[in-house]
Design a protein around this ligand. Structure first.
Ligand code: HEM
Length: 184
């Protein structure tokens, strides 16, 4: 994955732990640099190993760490110059989620080798929908849950995604609920 993802992971653990904590994580992952280059590509295994080591060092569940990294990803992206991409998605949750493929395609102008996931919605109702997620990568569902929480935070909405187990389909699905943050 692009170095940007490893930078997000690095910043996340620098904040969650401290520099020593991060150095401990990095020392457990062969080839992990002290500065990841945003537009350079690194093996997916390196990002996974950083998260696994991070969960171990911070003594947290892997899923919870992936969610945390996902949530932080949005804050990072907004601060790293991609705010306009997020703003362009709007504030209507079904519209945001239906616009993600288009947004990643446009990001392909800068991230020319991006292997972006694909998202689409069904069963859209007032406050809930089914989100479909297809990726070339396995096991990143908790990352999606966290990213969606981060997206919600930006627009003062509570977005809760829960993975639905369904062995009859070839991609992942989530039951997503959304409401204004100031409502119960
Ligand atoms: C402006 C904000 C965003 C930027 C700059 C961005 C950029 C990227 C980049 C560079 C990757 C790595 C892909 C690769 O290296 O091939 C990625 C992956 C990913 N993005 Fe985005 N993205 C943004 C917003 C979002 C949002 C809002 C979602 C909503 C769920 C999302 C979901 C994902 C997921 C789940 C992956 C992991 C890869 C996979 O599933 O295969 N991204 N994104």
């Amino acid at each position: 994955m692009y170095g940007m993802i490893n930078r997000v992971i690095q910043d996340y653990f620098m904040r969650e732990l401290d520099e020593d904590g991060w150095n401990e994580i990095r020392s457990r992952v062969p080839g992990a640099e002290s500065e990841f280059v945003t537009f350079e590509q690194y093996p997916d295994e390196m990002s996974v190993a950083l998260i696994v080591a991070g969960a171990d060092v911070s003594q947290r569940e892997l899923g919870a760490v992936l969610e945390g990294v996902g949530e932080y990803f949005i804050e990072y992206a907004a601060a790293a110059g991609y705010e306009s991409f997020l703003t362009a998605l709007g504030t209507d949750v079904p519209k945001i989620l239906s616009g993600l493929d288009n947004m990643h395609t446009r990001l392909g102008m800068s991230f020319t080798q991006i292997q972006a996931p694909s998202f689409w919605c069904t069963d859209v109702e007032d406050g809930s929908l089914t989100l479909h997620y297809r990726s070339e990568r396995d096991g990143l569902e908790p990352l999606v849950v966290g990213i969606l929480r981060g997206v919600g935070k930006r627009i003062s909405k509570k977005i809760v995604a829960e993975k639905v187990e369904d062995s009859t389909i070839d991609h992942s699905i989530f039951h997503v609920t959304f409401s204004d943050e100031n409502r119960a």
